[in-house]
Design a protein around this ligand. Sequence first.
Ligand SMILES: NC(=O)c1ccc[n+]([C@@H]2O[C@H](COP(=O)([O-])OP(=O)(O)OC[C@H]3O[C@@H](n4cnc5c(N)ncnc54)[C@H](O)[C@@H]3O)[C@@H](O)[C@H]2O)c1
Length: 382
Amino acid sequence: MAAPGIRPIRLGLIGTGLAVEKLHWPALRGLADRYVVTAFTDPADEQRKRFTGYSGTDPALATADRAALLARDDVDAVLISVPIPSLYEVACDALAAGKDVFCEKPAGVDAQQAAAFLALAAGFPDRTFVVGENYFYRDDLRYARALLDDGAIGRPHLMAWRYAGQSVPRPGGFTSTPWRHRPQYRGGVHLDFGVHHIAQIRLLCGDVARVHGAVQAANSTIDAPSDLTLNLVFTGGAIGNYTASFPEIPIPPEPNDLRLYGTEGVLVLAGSESERRVTRSSADATTHTTVFRGSDNGYRAELVDFADAVQFGVRPVGSVAQSVANAMVVQRALDSAEQAAALALDPVPGAGPVPLWRPRGSAGLFDGLPGQRISSTASFAA
Ligand SMILES: NC(=O)c1ccc[n+]([C@@H]2O[C@H](COP(=O)([O-])OP(=O)(O)OC[C@H]3O[C@@H](n4cnc5c(N)ncnc54)[C@H](O)[C@@H]3O)[C@@H](O)[C@H]2O)c1
C-alpha cells in the first residue's frame, strides 16, 4: 500500500470543521507515507486553532483564505470539507488553480448542480477529481458485495432497509452545525446523510431504474423532510424498499438492518461503526457471520484510493460520476414525492455499476488493511 520512493502528496485543507476532526484527520494521521499537510484554511479562527491543537500542525501553515492556499506551489492537492452549499464553488476554484481535488459529498445541492459537477469533471480530464463516498470503501460492504458477485445468495430479488434514528442538535456533533438546520440544499438530511445509504444500496444492488418516493416533515429542528420512503426497481430486476426517518423524539432501539433476499439465501447487514456484521444464510438454514471491528467506515481507504489516483493514475472508485449517481437517486425520489408518480432514472454518464475497490495491486479485499474480521457459523433450523 505504501509508495516507496514516491514523495507524499502535499495536501491543502480547505475547511477544518467537524468532518476533518472526526473523520479525515484520524485517517490522514495514519497515512504519513501518502500525505503531508502543507497548508490549511478556514474562515473561523476558532476552527483553525482547534485544528492545530489536536493535529499538532504548525499554525504557520494557516493561510488567510482559499485563494492564498490555492496560489501556493507547495500544495499538490486539496481536501475540500466546507458546508454543502459551498462545495461546488470551492471545487471550481481548486481545479482552475491546477490542483487535484478530493471534495466532500454530496455532488450538488440539487439536480442542476449535480450536472454542473459532471461538466466540471469533464472540463478537467487531466486532474484527479473525486467527490468522496466513504461507504464504497467500507470493509463490510465490500465483503458483502464480493459475496453477491460470487452468487452466494443466488439471484437477489428483494432489498428491505428501514433506518431510523433520532436527530436533534447535539453539541459537538454533526447535527449541531447551523447550516444543517436550515439546509440550503434540496433534501436536507437525506442528501447529506442519506446519500451514503443510497451509495450502499447501489454498491450492493446495482443501479436504480425507477423510484417512487414519499416524504414527511416531522422534525421541527430541521427545515426539511425528516422521513423519506422509497420503492425501488433496480436495473438488474430486483425490487426494494428504503425508508429513512430522523425524528425529533427518542425512539426505541432499532435494528436498522439491510436485508437482501436471494433465490438461494439471504444477506443481512447489521451493526454500527464499532462492530459491523454480515450474515449470509443458506436454504438449509445455516448461517455464516463475519464480524468487522476496528475499521473506520472507509475514510482511510478512500484517501488511499485518491492517493493511488494522483500518484499512479489509478481510476478512483469514488468518481464524480458515481457520487452524482448517488445524489440523483435522492433528487429523483424528491421529484417523485412532489409529483406523486413513479419516475425513471436516467443513467449518469460515466457511472454505471459501482466498481469493487481492492487495495492496489491486490487480489484480496483486505490485504494490508487494518481491522479485525472474525467469522462463525450457526443454524436457525428448528
Ligand atoms: N463523508 C462523511 O461521512 C461526512 C460526514 C460529515 C460531513 N461530511 C461533509 O463534510 C463537509 C463539512 O461538514 P462538517 O460537518 O465538517 O461541517 P462544519 O461546519 O463542522 O465544517 C465546515 C468548515 O468549513 C469552514 N468553511 C466554511 N466556508 C468555507 C470556505 N469557503 N473556505 C474554507 N472553509 C470554509 C467553516 O468555518 C467550518 O469550519 C460537508 O460537505 C459534509 O457533507 C462528510
